[in-house]
Write a protein that binds this ligand. Sequence first.
Ligand code: SF4
Length: 596
Amino acid sequence: MAVWSFERSVCWGWSFLVPIAAPAASAASTARVAMSATTMDTQALALPSLPPSSVYVNLPFCRRRCFYCDFPIKVVGDRPGAAAAAAKPYVDNVVREIRATAAAAAIEAPKLPARGGAGGDDTMEHSGRGGGVKTLFFGGGTPSLCPPELVGLLIETVRNCYGIAAGAEISIEMDPGTFDEARLEAFLALGITRVSMGVQSFDAGLLEACGRAHSLADVYQAVELLRKAKVDNFSIDLMSGLPKQTVEQWEHTLSEAIATGAAHISVYDLQVEAGTPFGRWFSPGEAPLPEDETCADMYRTASGVLGQAGYDHYEISNYARPGFQSRHNRAYWENVPFLAFGNGAASFVDGYRFSRPRGLPEYGQWVGELEEEGWDKATGAPRRAACEEVLPGGGGMGDGAGAEESRPSREALERDALLDDVMLGFRLKEGLDLRVVASKYGHSAARRVEEGATEGMRQGWVVRDTAARGSRGGDAGAGGEKGGRNVGRVDDDFVYDGGRGSSSTLGAGSAAGDVGDHGRTSPGRGFPDDRSGGQEDRRAEVASDGGPRGEWGTLRLSDPDGFLFSNSVISSVFCELDGWKRCDQEQDGGVAAADR
Ligand code: SF4
């Protein structure tokens, strides 16, 4: 299940498109082709200009639409063969898009071993250039409804166009009730290394209340199938804040999820989206939905329970056992360029975020235009595709003509990139490295970020680490897990260059984060063992005066309260950055003495 939410800047009033699990476009994006640019060098912008490290493929078919879902899916029902019949022409279009994109960039697939997958290569390079795809993610939708041979065709197409590195992480979302032993074996035979399963709840009544297509019995059967097939690297998605859900039910769901032996657990708070049945039936914070305080309590409970069970809370919504962080999702959070294919999918290459049409007919037509015209080097869009929205600033684009005039200013692009870095840097537990901010945007930017976080530091939601950062918070390790099958226990300390220099690799990524999920304003009930929020790390220096000059250090959110109040912290930083502009000395690469 792909999960998205929006975060709106309280200061600037424009929206961030927020990838959490998979880059499908938000329902709120009505533009046929939406694009934003976040780069400092507009002249270098051209979508397919580099071989990607990460590739996302959207497979949008579901048996029915869950009551809270606004993703760009196609409902196929339960009739046998229906999903396969719908998937065939769609996958053909995706294959055409992958080929057309690679052809436009004249990318040659590197000569690599025939198969990625098991037996990780811990010596592989993660530069993002020329080494082949390191992470490939099939999301949706319910990708497990697609016949394995079609997924295999997509894998081979990616391999032929871009190469797939040995040891690559290849993930697929599989919902309970959509696969049996033979189908699972068929997927694993393709080189799938990681399964992400949309469970949402271990309460039968809540599954029904959410309109899920699967039963609780389906969940347990699916877990048993994974166990039998020795799939160690699987993740479970859970949702809190569901109608009538109690903290006790939530604790039961967490303990059942832990009992499955899942290597990774994602926890999302329900977002009530307009246009969905939940959007018509419910208002956030009002019965039968839990109150904000209860939802905050659920978040703290998840952090405490999963932490005690050995899961590392490495990102606002994600927990992993050592060696099992999602490498693909880290690419989003670290602002690494990635390609995305399929309806509604959003790519991020050379500073441009680019969303494909959501509807299947429109998507098919768009692929035809791409084949015919290729990518526009100036705008990063297919030459004939109308771009109706450019964020931030700028007006709509026509058919390429006038695109130059419509581009956001350099200042707007740079400010956007800085905001992205702040947003994503805070969502990872490693936090935001102010040295990186100072290096990329100048000391004035780092100082403003620091000042914007001052109130958060006073509250204990932001802590400053001044110790030199060695390896990032990722847990190292390579090779397969004992007895595991296609296990992706690989190096989570996955350093990308992203094709844009070395200063963006330390968790100061950009794009956007799902801070809206947990940006609740009510403190709720403290979790007994972690009531103090950011005081859990004695190495951290909590500074309320902006910290020592000359030693920027890293600002990170405390767990759980810093993560819980991330919305407030990030809003404060954004307010401080409002109107920020790099001064001339910094633009020239020097340190602005007057700004210190
Ligand atoms: S399984 Fe439900 S939530 Fe997931 S994409 Fe399909 S309809 Fe949406």
